[in-house]
Design a binder for this molecule. Structure first.
Ligand code: AMP
Ligand code: MG
Length: 502
């Protein structure tokens, strides 16, 4: 062996551990070993995120790193752990869920001093697995891996993904598939459901240590505030409202907005049967399992609000010792949500239309456009992207803009008003078009694109994962070599069904 080769374990050991979550101990977290995965293969690794974490390329390429990402070896100096939480699943309280197939494998500080937790998903059973196998299939792991980074590149708060490891190990779902592990990364993976768990068990004394951990590690600005819990909850509610607006603006549907999948940091968390809307339909339901459409596209902001109400219910004991006063404070915090959401949403739509100024009539202009797209099932991503071609002064709309539109009569009337609105703020075509292209993505992770990468990977070809990963790092850039990825999906794509099976 070449002695000058840097020792990967030494590199990982040199990253400062910050085991604050582990330090909470029982009943919050339990040490649980991961279950080794046979013949692990690193299918993709995220070099930019690795660099942020202080992991160099030689370490990424080492067998030791693959073993750690597979759960076959522990991170130096850290014992893997799982945490307990509950959650409202489709509106129904489920008292005990927890990390049923996830292990926290490290808590580190980056070179820039940011706290990061690394968690494996699919790394074997835990005390919270109930009757399931603790594994994740390749299909769902590819979807989580790619979408985490696609969302990050869109500027939407999300957990990140560091590595994707595959294995020939068979996993039984509707059919036999193979196992994979994703390593996700976030400053904290604490969910609304972590607080609900202790609240509904009547273990209210357990709430404050957990809240204080979250605040000290992630909201230091509130650590010394007189009413730190109220200040923090107000921030969670605001972040959640803004996150919902960010999802709506790109047509992202989460699919399983249960409170156990909601992050107290306002991050998009748990990529399961999510989907980006292709043909716009305000009632779009991306999760085949969600028959009633509880989590349909147009329900997401309301569900976000309801989830916040569940968090505030669970944290009532933190707000005041007097129940009436606690309810008063919680209500006051929760009631901020609609205005924060509306403001963020209007701002986002305005940005997508390229409007700089804020005018009273904007809301109507926005709603009319969305209803034209909805009635004609126009492709959401392409319709907004195309709008950047509109000129403030032309008599008729360019061909490209009309391409996605079914109801041209209503559209032509709308575009006259839109142009008048642009002229009203002396909008410069070139400047506006650049601004619009920076908020209206050209490329999103459409279901059929993910599906193509999955099918190729199931046949042993991982190149499509790499291609999509690269492409989606720059969703706002024209990338002529990838133009086909911005095309409308083929008719066959409509039959792709994603469900909770993962
Ligand atoms: P999800 O639907 O992925 O958000 O998961 C809901 C709950 O089920 C969480 O507690 C998961 O940890 C658990 N879970 C889902 N799939 C599995 C699995 N294959 N093995 C163990 N637990 C699982
Ligand atoms: Mg979940």
């Amino acid at each position: 062996m070449d002695d000058r080769r840097p020792d990967p374990i030494a590199v990982l050991t040199s990253l400062p551990l910050q085991p604050a979550y582990a330090a909470l101990g029982e009943p919050y977290v339990t040490p649980v070993p991961t279950t080794p995965l046979p013949t692990p293969q690193l299918l993709h690794v995220n070099p930019a995120l690795a660099a942020e974490l202080g992991i160099d390329n030689a370490t990424l390429a080492s067998n030791e790193f693959v073993d750690i990402m597979a759960g076959n070896r522990v991170w130096p100096g850290y014992a893997p752990l799982s945490s307990v939480y509950g959650g409202h699943q489709f509106g129904v309280w489920v008292p005990r869920l927890g990390d049923g197939r996830a292990h926290l494998i490290a808590e580190i500080a980056t070179a820039a001093g940011q706290r990061r937790e690394l968690q494996l998903k699919g790394s074997g059973p835990t005390p919270y697995s109930r009757f399931a196998d603790g594994r994740a299939v390749l299909r769902s792991s590819i979807r989580e891996y790619l979408c985490s980074e696609a969302m990050h590149a869109l500027g939407i708060p999300t957990t990140r993904a560091l590595a994707l490891v595959g294995s020939p190990q068979p996993v039984r779902r509707e059919t036999i598939e193979t196992a994979a592990v994703v390593c996700r990364v976030a400053p904290s993976l604490v969910r609304f459901g972590h607080f609900e768990y202790f609240y509904y068990r009547n273990e209210h004394a357990q709430l404050a240590p957990l809240a204080d951990h979250v605040i000290n590690e992630n909201f230091p600005e509130f650590a010394h505030a007189e009413h730190r819990h109220a200040a923090w909850l107000g921030e969670v509610i605001a972040r959640t409202a803004r996150l919902m607006a960010a999802w709506q603006a790109v047509g992202f549907c989460h699919g399983v907005m249960n409170t156990d999948n909601f992050s107290v940091l306002g991050l998009t968390l748990d990529y399961g049967p999510y989907g980006f809307i292709d043909a716009f339909d305000a009632h779009h339901i991306c999760n085949h399992t969600d028959e009633g459409g509880r989590y349909a596209y147009d329900q997401q902001p309301t569900i976000g609000h309801w989830n916040c109400s569940r968090l505030l219910q669970a944290t009532l004991p933190l707000l005041s010792d007097t129940p009436e006063r606690a309810v008063e404070l919680a209500t006051e915090i929760l009631d901020r949500y609609p205005a924060i959401y509306a403001q963020a949403m209007t701002r986002a739509w305005r940005g997508k239309l390229g409007l700089r100024e804020s005018r009273a009539e904007d809301r109507e202009l926005i709603n009319r456009y969305l209803s034209i797209l909805d009635r004609g099932h126009s492709d959401l991503t392409r319709s907004f992207r195309n709008l950047a071609q509109v000129r403030g002064n032309d008599a008729g709309p360019t061909l490209g803009v009309r391409e996605e539109i079914a109801d041209l009569e209503r559209f032509d009337a709308w575009i006259d008003d839109y142009r008048a609105r642009l002229r009203g703020e002396q909008s410069d075509d070139a400047e506006r078009s650049a601004r619009m292209n920076a908020v209206n993505p050209k490329y999103v992770l459409r279901n059929h694109l993910a599906q193509a990468a999955i099918e190729a990977a199931q046949g042993g070809d991982y190149s499509e994962i790499a291609r999509l990963f690269t492409l989606l790092q720059k969703p706002f850039d024209e990338q002529p070599e990838y133009a086909v990825y911005a095309a409308e999906p083929p008719a066959s794509a409509r039959h792709i069904e994603v469900s909770c099976s993962s």
